[in-house]
Design a protein around this ligand. Structure first.
Ligand code: E4P
Length: 219
């Protein structure tokens, strides 16, 4: 499964990229607005930090003609950019157009399999299925992920199912079980994937024993 970080912060992308396990970045208008930096400078800097990955950058218009202009502008900034498009009728029309032009898309704000079907049929590269926001209203967000993965596989769609709105490591584990292709998460959740108290206590014991014996690797 690919791991993406969901952020508008270039420094977080730099740190996560250093680990060598980061496959991409997702941004959204809220995250970019919070970053306090310009949209283009932020996503281009992220693309440069992750030369093998993709950076999803979202259009903000809601009418087809303006969405198309924004999408073409965003896509022209860097070859690693994937244009993020909300799941609304002009958005799905836009995804169909961009697919014809070989421009990759990430369809966002997807909550149900019926919505995901529209995104898949339009040729979305990624289908961003939000889980946390559904859990927040006392439903089970991961259910639609499993159903969407099955739908994509059963019908041979090329879209990858991207689990978004991830709140904690258990969501990542559930995304793995559901067979999702990608999970995107805040940097703090990515850091939490490292954590286990037995790793910390085990490392402490190894190092204490090693140091007590006065051993060295490097002279
Ligand atoms: C996905 O691409 C979105 O940017 C993101 O995962 C939304 O997460 P939130 O529900 O925590 O805002």
């Amino acid at each position: 499964m690919k791991l993406f970080v969901d952020t508008g912060d270039i420094e977080e992308v730099r740190q996560a990229a250093e680990w060598g396990v980061l496959d991409g970045v997702t941004t959204n208008p809220t995250l970019i607005a919070k970053s306090g930096k310009g949209f283009k400078e932020t996503v281009v800097a992220m693309c440069k930090l992750l030369p093998e990955g993709t950076v999803s950058a979202e259009v903000v218009a809601t009418d087809y003609d303006t969405m198309l202009k924004e999408a073409l502008e965003i896509a022209s900034w860097h070859e690693n950019i994937v244009v993020k498009v909300p799941l609304i009728p002009p958005g799905i029309r836009l995804v169909s157009t961009l697919t014809e032009r070989d421009i990759r898309t990430n369809v966002t704000l997807v909550f149900t399999v019926s919505q995901a079907l529209l995104a898949a049929k339009a040729g979305a590269t990624y289908i961003s299925n939000f889980v946390g926001r559904v859990d927040d209203i006392s439903d089970e967000g991961m259910k639609a992920v499993a159903e969407t993965v099955a739908m994509v596989e059963n019908y041979g769609f090329e879209s990858e199912v991207l689990v978004a709105s991830v709140r904690h490591p258990v969501h990542v584990v559930q995304a793995v079980s559901a067979g999702a292709h990608i999970s995107t998460m805040p940097f703090k959740v990515l850091q939490m994937l490292f954590n286990h108290p037995l790793t910390d206590s085990g490392l402490k014991r190894f190092l204490d024993d090693w140091n007590s014996a006065g051993l060295k690797i490097l002279s």
